[in-house]
Write a protein that binds this ligand. Structure first.
Ligand code: PLP
Length: 401
């Protein structure tokens, strides 16, 4: 049999089926309680409301909603997003600053396509969103992770890193951050750090990408200004999505930014998929403008807040000494630190024997330098599973120690 892999483009060398995916296969074995997934809870999907809206759209403008749309997205949705983002977050955005994406994952891929190439360095948080690493890698260049602490990205370290890279003659096109209820850590960047980050970005004249899929899922603490709302010179590009406030199956997100930057994304998107699913866009435009989304979000917050509290209580009750964890004020994930003597990848088979799964921490660092951490999702499992699963995890760690 011919080996067709010899015909692949060189850049595909970085597109390896990740070992994480392999590990996660075991997580779906029956009987295993998995905190490894990143899925919203299906109970949070407003099926009835979306059914009514879909029926209305197909009745009132069926042919329009089933036709191709412009690459920028349908005007009704872009306007609804401009209005909502300015009311909710104080963004000074007009329709011209907004383009609809097939999920924010597409925006991440296009970001890599537009700005990465050999010789360039993307700055991300360490740890960062796994699929952002996967999106950037094929386009070449380096990815440098700047460590975080309980106040988010360590901006003093960022400053040092930027200076060092500049001295080495490296070009940094963008800093990618998930400042609010980060995936994977659950941490939120403090207001001072947000200011500092923007100062550093201005000094080095680079783009800041604010990925914000979880911002509306706050269960505790006070609201902080978005980087985009603090942006004075148009260098912040904001990524939003309906995946966590409505449903990920709609595959719809948006980017907001300076018209010139957005224009480049539009050209790149045109080649990728011409336009985002038009039917989804009409449904979402109606869901926003009718107030359905705003009425629904408190339901999601109520469900997830209960699950977060339960997981935090269970961790408190069952974890052995030396184990610490973040206490997210929102979002879907929390981060667990185990003693340094434990490598969570090596411990994974023991966890599976105890019928519990997590995502190993090292996967979220571009250089895989951290071994003693794991990500837990608290939104998907049932309450019973959270109770039993955290106990099993605590037993795993205790046995392993
Ligand atoms: C930080 C972050 N960015 C982007 C995405 C992708 O979201 P979407 O469903 O909008 O493509 C996710 C999904 O989990 C995420 O956690």
């Amino acid at each position: 049999m011919t080996d067709f892999s010899r015909l692949l483009a060189e850049r595909t060398g970085s597109m390896k089926a990740s070992e994480i995916r392999e590990l996660l296969k075991y997580a779906s074995v029956p009987g295993v309680i998995s905190f490894a997934g990143g899925l919203p809870n299906p109970e949070s999907f407003p099926v009835g409301g979306l059914k009514k809206i879909t029926d209305k759209i197909l009745t009132e403008k069926g042919t329009k909603a089933l036709q191709y749309g412009t690459t920028e997205g349908i005007p009704e949705l872009r306007e609804a997003i401009a209005k909502r983002m300015s009311e909710l977050k104080g963004f000074d955005a007009k329709m011209e600053n907004i383009t609809i994406m097939s999920g924010s994952q597409q925006a991440l891929d296009l970001l890599g396509k537009l700005y990465m190439e050999p010789g360039k360095v993307a700055i991300v948080e360490g740890p960062t969103y796994l699929a952002a690493l996967g999106a950037f890698r094929p386009y070449g260049g380096e990815i440098v992770g700047v460590r975080m602490d309980e106040d988010g990205l360590d901006t003093n370290l960022l400053e040092e890193t930027m200076k060092k890279l500049k001295a080495e003659g490296k070009v940094v096109p963008f800093i990618y951050t998930i400042p609010t209820f980060q995936n994977p850590s659950g941490v939120t960047m403090s207001e001072e750090r947000r200011k500092h980050l923007l100062e550093i970005a201005a000094e080095h004249d680079v783009i800041v990408v604010e990925d914000d899929p979880y911002g509306e899922l706050r269960y505790a603490g006070k609201e902080l200004p978005n980087l985009k709302a603090m942006d004075k010179d148009g260098r912040v590009v904001y990524f939003g999505t309906v995946s966590k406030i409505l449903a990920p199956g709609l595959r719809t997100g948006w980017i907001i930014g300076d018209e010139e930057i957005i224009g480049k994304f539009v050209i790149a998107k045109q080649a990728a998929d011409l336009c985002t699913n038009t039917l989804s866009q009409h449904i979402i435009a109606e869901a926003f403008s009718s107030g359905m989304v705003d009425a629904h979000i408190p339901e999601i917050r109520k469900l997830y807040s209960r699950k977060r509290n339960l997981m935090l209580d269970m961790l408190e009750d069952s974890m052995p000494e030396g184990v610490t964890w973040t206490k997210p004020e929102g979002g879907m994930f929390l981060w667990v630190w185990v003693p340094e003597s434990i490598n969570t990848k090596e411990m994974f088979p023991t966890a599976l024997e105890k019928k519990v799964a997590y995502v190993i921490g090292e996967a979220f660092y571009p250089d895989r330098s951290v071994k003693n951490a794991m990500r837990l999702n608290f939104t998907y499992s049932s309450d019973e599973e959270i109770k039993d699963g955290v106990k099993r995890l605590a037993d795993t760690i205790r046995d392993y120690l």
